[in-house]
Design a protein around this ligand. Sequence first.
Ligand SMILES: *Cc1c(COP(=O)(O)O)cnc(C)c1O
Length: 283
Amino acid sequence: MNFSGLNYNFAQYEVDEKTCRIDMNKVREIALREKPRMIIAGFSAYSRDIDWKAFKSIADEVGAVTFADIAHIAGLIAGKQLENPVPVFDIVTTTTHKTLRGPRGAIIMSKAAFQKDLDRTVFPGIQGGPHDHINAAKAVCFKEALKPEFQAYAKQVIKNAQALAGELMGRGYRILTDGTDNHLMVVDLRSKDLAGKAAEIALEKVGISCSRSTIPFDTRKALDPSGIRLGTPSLTTRGMGEAEAKLIGGFIDDAIMASGDEAKLAKIHGQVQELCQRFPLYV
Ligand SMILES: *Cc1c(COP(=O)(O)O)cnc(C)c1O
């Protein structure tokens, strides 16, 4: 729906239907067939670490530029918990407002050969005047990300995601790829009597925000898909650990099972509030 999808000719690769992981042999097959000028990797709903070197070697084989969009996982890379594409790829972009935990904004990193073209395209190409307050906030964000505490934070984000995924799998939920290497997971709700939109609404009512999400090869519509996507960065920032992540897995299951029962949902909401009060945002 975005203009980038209208202006450029994208050939898609996808995950394997069973494992829900990217099959690098398929990526190579498609690249050899399509001969793309650029190969893009980086995702918003993929819970496994990315093999940047494998993408790079395919790109070299077909003469393509490599572009990584690490918007979701930049904080976990800066926190040294996931593979870093910066030494490998030609161009790396990220937002600063997701796991990097800074202000809403973005940065572009590139090899020197692309610098002039990128600079000219950003300004005067598409950007207006500088947002100095955002630039200052980005500087604070980068300084925080350099601290050892940020590595501990990134590590805990992942531990919490694994604890949450484990709790949900124990309660009979299918998690795509059977777990997670990062901060997020996509839950396939097809084994439950509730689709993504109704689950999102039930969870909102108990004070848990999530995104409805399509699952690979989803037969439902994008606006009411078969899954939800969950993540642990913000609860980790509040100081919660694995015990709380498991507790939240229980709240999520309870809320999904109680969908439509306002009295039960209100009771779960009380439990969520009680947990949040134990871990205030500002102390
Ligand atoms: C979030 C995200 C972006 C940026 O989207 P915003 O709407 O600006 O937050 C870009 N690429 C990926 C892969 C993302 O997940």
